[in-house]
Write a protein that binds this ligand. Structure first.
Ligand code: ATP
Length: 248
């Protein structure tokens, strides 16, 4: 193929505990330089798919029970989440997850450790993140817990950027945020993608929103891929979106 597929998710089944089958054979690829959206109603399996990719299922008593995930040709099953960060895959968890008692800058710095960077590099990375998120620069000495929800989402994205990721996984970046701030965050995603070449896999319930920014959409229903198509095609098919996503 002319475009390089960085990530292959191939026939993945995932279970929680001993019984709950959350993914029932999910397959899709993420091309280098793409923004891929994972769409689906509540419980369709979006978060589980992201955690399967970042090897974070174990923290929820889950595991991959069948299938493989391949990152740049390497099967990732035995790698820890920290190994994956070093190899370029970083996940921004749902719910923004800042350290509320630490300052904004301390939160950002905490994202850089996997690389063991020098001070100079850390400074450069911070400057880059402050250029993307001027609000964070203004509040860099303030406690993250005092920020608005949108600003905390920016901190979470900024912290993930400190690992210089090739692929960034984002779980419901719009959740609980006002529409204006959501557009601001998606504009940043677009810039990181266009200017810095960061590849994205985004789980998002708001299909109409995310499909305006994504190149490709994968619709999950009940742990299976119900549709997979260029974002523009999915956007043009309101019936598909409404059928699977309840018109969200
Ligand atoms: P949401 O937007 O609600 O997070 P989702 O599409 O991300 O939806 P998942 O969170 O991946 O869906 O959930 C897929 C299925 O797995 C659902 O049936 C859910 O109830 C189940 N599930 C998710 N997390 C757990 C867990 N920690 N333990 C048991 N079952 C879980």
């Amino acid at each position: 193929a002319s475009e390089q597929t960085l990530l292959h998710v191939d026939g993945v089944e995932a279970i929680y505990g001993d019984a709950i089958l959350a993914l029932r054979g999910v397959s899709f690829g993420v091309p280098k330089g793409a923004i891929v959206a994972l769409l689906g109603a509540n419980g369709a399996g979006k978060s589980t798919t992201l955690k399967a990719v970042s090897n974070l299922l174990g923290a929820s008593r889950g595991r991959i029970s069948k299938g493989t995930i391949t990152w740049r040709g390497e099967v990732t099953g035995r790698l820890s989440p920290a190994d994956l960060v070093r190899k370029g895959i970083v996940q921004v968890l749902e719910g923004r997850h800042c350290f509320p008692q630490l300052t904004v800058e301390e939160n950002l710095l905490s994202g850089g450790f996997a690389r063991r960077p020098g001070r100079r590099e850390l400074r450069d990375d911070l400057d880059r993140i402050y250029a993307l998120f001027p609000r964070l620069k203004l509040r860099r000495r303030g406690k993250a817990g005092l920020l608005s929800g949108g600003e905390q989402q920016m901190v979470a994205i900024g912290r993930a950027l400190m690992s210089r990721p090739t692929l960034m996984l984002l779980d419901e970046p719009s959740m609980g945020l006002a529409p204006m701030i959501v557009e601001e965050i998606f504009e940043i995603i677009r810039r990181l993608n266009a200017d810095d070449g960061v590849t994205f896999l985004l789980a998002e319930q708001n299909a109409h929103l995310v499909l305006r920014y994504a190149h490709h959409g994968v619709v999950l229903e009940n742990g299976r891929v119900a549709a997979s198509a260029p974002a523009a095609d999915l956007l043009a098919r309101d019936d598909v979106i409404d059928f699977y996503l309840g018109g969200s």
